[in-house]
Ligand binder design. Structure first.
Ligand SMILES: [Zn+2]
Length: 353
């Protein structure tokens, strides 16, 4: 009997939390004293719940805004700004390669249901225009690099002439093409976060204050990251700051933090074929001349090519860097901040030997 009564009361409280008005009715029945305590208690619970939901507004009714991010690094930036007010879908997940991505039919549905689609732009997602069209999506497209100061593709000026004739040459980039890998300069991530904040606030004005607050907090974290990277890089002697990687992904990083970059494939994309014997020989010579002790694989590339080149040049193949994608959840590159910290630690360990 006593137990059943308590069960009823619990149900009443739960109903009260959901329905609001019924709380005071129930409390009155229990007498003034306990009623006031109950009301105060529930009031304390209610405030944060209401604040979190943001009341009316939002993308659709009061639910979260449906957003799509094209790749995992961008998805992490969006999540840091959107928090619980967005429902995020990422098209190219951890360790996935945006350059060679082939959309699945389910990606059409994701775009069709989206309120906002976040994209890198600068020619990174070559497949997105077609996917957007075929999905019939009416989502707002937010290109997050619009305010970024762009760079031409790194290493382009010494791209090999004979490359045009080699298999995969149709993917070779033309002079003057913009480098899409803006996120490797942490200051650009700050700019991208500003664009994300603005796009979310426009799509969901009711939660603009939350987006502003989240972005502000995250930008502080990124500014600290940028300073930490600079400090760690400063401990690497200038002549050792040379990055040999499998594709031209670190141009912005090199520009910001004082590195030289060179690549096995002389391309901004991972989609060119393996280097020819001639290119490999040139590269081995360049590595030997540079005096570096290590070259780098990438989490989005097959390690085979770089393993061969490292063996031939008699240098270490360092652990792969996180370049165009995050690592799996729980890995050392699970978030943007973690991936940048991991990359720089890996570089400084490999290059200072
Ligand atoms: Zn890339």
């Amino acid at each position: 009997m006593e137990r059943a009564g308590r069960g009823e009361r619990e149900k009443g409280r739960l109903a009260g939390r959901a329905g609001g008005a019924r709380v005071s009715g129930k409390a009155e029945g229990e007498g003034m004293g306990s009623g006031r305590v109950l009301t105060l208690f529930l009031g304390a619970l209610f405030l944060p719940v209401l604040a979190a939901c943001g009341g009316e507004g939002g993308g659709s009714e009061s639910g979260p805004v449906n957003v799509v991010a094209t790749y995992s690094i961008l998805g992490d930036l969006v999540e840091n700004v959107g928090g619980e007010n967005v429902e995020l879908t990422t098209l190219v997940g951890p360790n996935g390669d945006v350059h060679t991505f082939e959309p699945a039919p389910s990606d059409n549905a994701e775009l069709a249901e989206a309120d906002v689609i976040f994209e890198n732009g600068l020619g990174f997602e070559t497949w997105l225009d077609d996917l957007y069209e075929s999905s019939g999506s009416e989502a707002e497209r937010a290109r997050v690099t619009d305010d970024v100061e762009t760079r031409p593709i790194a290493g382009e000026e010494h791209a090999h002439e004979e490359e045009a004739g080699h298999e995969g040459g149709e993917h070779a980039h033309e002079r003057g093409e913009v480098d899409p890998h803006a996120w490797h300069d942490v200051r650009n991530a700050v700019v991208m976060v500003g664009s994300i904040r603005d796009a979310l606030s426009e799509a969901d004005p009711a939660n603009a204050a939350a987006y502003e607050r989240n972005a502000g907090r995250y930008i502080s974290e990124l500014e600290e990251l940028d300073a930490d990277v600079q400090e760690q890089v400063d401990s690497i002697p200038g002549e050792d700051r040379v990055l040999f990687t499998s594709h031209d992904t670190f141009g912005y990083f090199a520009g910001r933090y004082g590195f030289e970059v060179d690549t096995a494939l002389a391309s901004a994309s991972t989609e060119t074929g393996d280097p020819s014997a001639g290119e490999t020989a040139d590269l081995v010579e360049e590595i030997e001349e540079s005096g570096v002790t290590a070259i780098f694989g990438e989490n989005v590339s097959d390690p085979g090519v770089m393993e061969g080149i490292a063996a031939e040049a008699r240098v270490e193949l360092a652990p792969p860097l996180y370049t165009d994608a995050l690592g799996d959840p729980g890995s050392e590159g699970a978030t943007y901040v973690e991936m940048v910290r991991y990359n720089v630690s890996t570089m400084s360990e490999a290059l200072r030997q």
